[in-house]
Write a protein that binds this ligand. Structure first.
Ligand code: ADP
Length: 203
């Protein structure tokens, strides 16, 4: 399943890990850059783990849970999103996050994704002394085109990567129905990822 070079890398990490990417490259007589794809495959499959400043360590082959983890499609795990329109007041939005037990709200205009409102957005608005019964969430939301989203056929790992990179708690799962026009069909959150993790590693 792995290339000859990937097998060699596994062998080196098994025997000498933790070992830096540079040292592995030196042993193999290639540049660090030439190994980028190999490292990416092996860390994604959780055969080796990479830690900044420490290098690569061996996690174990034949770990089906580790290999499967994060490779499934978003569509298998996405949850029901809390969707409100731009005119909804901040007060109503706060009530809805309690009633629906959710953190993020996806905002739509004419049925299309137009923004995201998080708990902190709502708190910030309240702390500013604004009238929550008068202000629409359209006024405080993070707007398109700055919304980070994913599609239902992306992997859970890709979705998790986006959340980590952008430091956000959730992603709307969207369907593109025209140029820059997205319909929200689901949600992936840090809770989704935690549930998958618990399920994969139980027992
Ligand atoms: P909280 O603010 O409650 O910790 P987040 O970390 O998700 O929740 O939100 C941080 C900021 O990022 C907020 O201003 C929010 O509007 C924005 N945000 C949340 N989700 C997204 C997203 N998917 N795309 C772009 N911005 C987002």
């Amino acid at each position: 399943m792995y290339s000859e070079r990937q097998e060699k890398i596994i062998d080196i990490v098994k025997k000498r890990g933790p070992i830096t990417g540079r040292d592995i490259a030196e042993i193999l007589g290639v540049t660090r850059g030439a190994l980028r794809t190999d490292f990416s495959v092996l860390t994604k499959d959780m055969v080796v783990a990479s830690k900044t400043k420490i290098g690569y360590s061996y996690l174990g082959s034949g770990n089906p849970a580790g290999k499967k983890l994060g490779k499934d499609d978003v569509s298998n795990y996405m949850s029901v999103p809390n969707i409100l329109s731009e005119e909804t007041t901040v007060y109503e939005a706060i009530v809805s996050i309690f009633l629906k037990d959710t953190g993020s709200i996806y905002v739509t205009k004419d049925g299309l994704l137009s923004g995201v409102v998080s708990r902190k957005d709502l708190l910030k608005h309240m702390m500013g002394g604004n009238d929550s019964r008068q202000s629409p969430i359209g006024m405080i939301m993070t707007r398109m085109p700055n919304i980070v989203y994913c599609y239902k056929d992306e992997t859970i790992h890709e979705a998790a990567e986006k959340m980590v990179e952008h430091e956000i708690d959730s992603l709307p799962v969207v369907e593109e129905i025209g140029f820059n026009r997205y319909k929200v069909i689901g949600k992936v959150s840090k809770t989704t990822i935690t549930k998958i993790f618990v399920e994969e590693f139980k027992g």
